[in-house]
Design a protein. Structure first.
Length: 318
C-alpha cells in the first residue's frame, strides 16, 4: 500500500514537472500572474492573451514545446512568420511575452539561459496626429459651453489641464484635490503606471474650485464621463480634424514642453516611465510655437554696431 502511494506521488511530481517544462503552459501561467497585478489594465490582459494566441498559431510545426529544447533557430522562424503577417506593434507584444516566459523559466530553474535574447523589438513609427492651436482650443470650449445643461466642456478642460487618460479622469473624486499643496491626486493605475500627483495649473484653479464647491469628498469630480459627441460637433464647427479624449493628453504634454518644463517633470505628471515614448508619441511641434521660437535665433550680422555702410556710387561713376 505504501509503495503504491509512493508510485502515485512520483507520477504526480513527474506530471507537474512536465507541465512546468511545457512552453505553452508556462507562457499561460506567466500571463496569468501578470494579469493578477493591481496595476495591469484589463485591456492589457486581453492584448497579451491575443498575442499568446498568435504565438501558438504561428509556432513552427517541427519545433519542440519543451522549454529546454527550444532553439534560437526555432524562435527566428517564429519571428519571420510574425513579420510577414502582423504589425510591428503586435510583433513587439509577442516578443515581450516570449522573453517574460523564458525569464520565468530561468527563475524556476527550468533552463539555464534564454534562447530568445537575439529577438529584437521592432521600431514602431509614431502615427501622425493633429493638435489644435490655443485659439482653436478656446473655440472648442466656447462651442461646448453653449450647449444647454451640458458639462462635457468641463471634462475636456480637465483632460487638457491635467494630461489624464479618460479612464483616470473618471475615477478622480472631489476629495482627491489637495488645495493646501495645490495638487490633484490621480489614483487610477493604468498602462502599468503608478498613482501620481499633478499640479493644479494657475489658469485652471478657478474652474476647479467651482467644480468642488459644496460637494462631498466622495463624489466624482467630473459630472460627465464622455464628451465625444459634443467634441466631434465642436471640431466640425471650428473646421479642424476630429479630436478624441486622448488628444488632450497629448495637448497637455506638448503645452508643458513648449513652456520649457523639463521632460522628466512632464513625465512624472503624465505617468510615463519611458521618456522616448513621451517624445515620440505625445509631443508635436506646433506651427505657431515654431515661429515664436524662431524669433529667438540671432546670428548678429544685422547688429547696429557691426553694420558696414555700403557706399552708393554717384550718377557720374560706374
Amino acid at each position: 500500500m505504501l509503495n503504491a502511494e509512493r508510485v502515485r506521488a512520483r507520477k504526480q511530481d513527474r506530471q507537474q514537472t512536465s507541465d512546468q517544462e511545457d512552453f505553452f503552459k508556462l507562457m499561460s501561467d506567466t500571463l496569468e500572474r501578470r494579469a493578477q497585478r493591481a496595476s495591469q489594465n484589463p485591456k492589457t490582459t486581453k492584448y497579451n492573451n491575443e498575442c499568446m494566441g498568435i504565438i501558438c498559431k504561428l509556432w513552427p510545426s517541427k519545433a519542440s514545446h519543451h522549454v529546454k529544447e527550444i532553439t534560437p533557430q526555432a524562435l527566428t522562424k517564429l519571428r519571420n512568420r510574425l513579420e510577414g503577417e502582423y504589425s510591428a506593434t503586435r510583433q513587439n507584444g509577442c516578443i515581450s511575452i516570449i522573453n517574460w516566459t523564458f525569464k520565468d523559466a530561468m527563475d524556476l530553474g527550468l533552463c539555464a539561459h534564454s534562447p530568445s535574447t537575439h529577438l529584437q523589438r521592432r521600431k514602431v513609427k509614431a502615427k501622425p496626429f493633429f493638435l489644435p492651436t490655443d485659439e482653436q482650443f478656446k473655440q472648442i470650449l466656447d462651442y461646448m459651453k453653449a450647449k444647454p445643461r451640458s458639462s462635457t466642456w468641463r471634462l475636456v478642460m480637465f483632460l487638457a489641464f491635467t494630461g489624464c487618460r479618460i479612464e483616470a479622469a473618471n475615477q478622480v473624486k472631489v476629495g482627491d484635490i489637495d488645495w493646501k499643496h495645490e495638487l490633484i491626486h490621480i489614483t487610477a493605475r493604468l498602462k502599468n503606471s503608478d498613482e501620481r500627483w499633478v499640479p493644479i495649473l494657475p489658469e485652471y484653479a478657478a474652474e476647479l474650485r467651482s467644480l468642488c464647491r459644496n460637494r462631498k469628498a466622495t463624489e466624482r469630480l467630473i459630472p460627465c464621463k464622455d464628451a465625444r459627441r459634443h467634441l466631434t460637433e465642436a471640431c466640425e464647427k471650428v473646421g479642424i480634424p476630429i479630436l478624441t479624449h486622448h488628444s488632450f493628453r497629448k495637448f497637455f504634454a506638448t503645452k508643458c514642453l513648449e513652456a520649457g518644463i523639463d521632460i522628466f517633470t512632464v513625465a512624472s505628471w503624465t505617468g510615463h516611465k519611458n521618456m522616448q515614448t513621451l517624445k515620440d508619441y505625445y509631443h508635436r511641434i506646433r506651427v505657431l510655437h515654431s515661429k515664436k521660437e524662431a524669433q529667438k535665433v540671432h546670428f548678429g550680422i544685422h547688429d547696429s554696431e557691426k553694420i558696414i555702410p555700403i557706399a552708393v556710387p554717384s550718377r557720374g561713376t560706374r
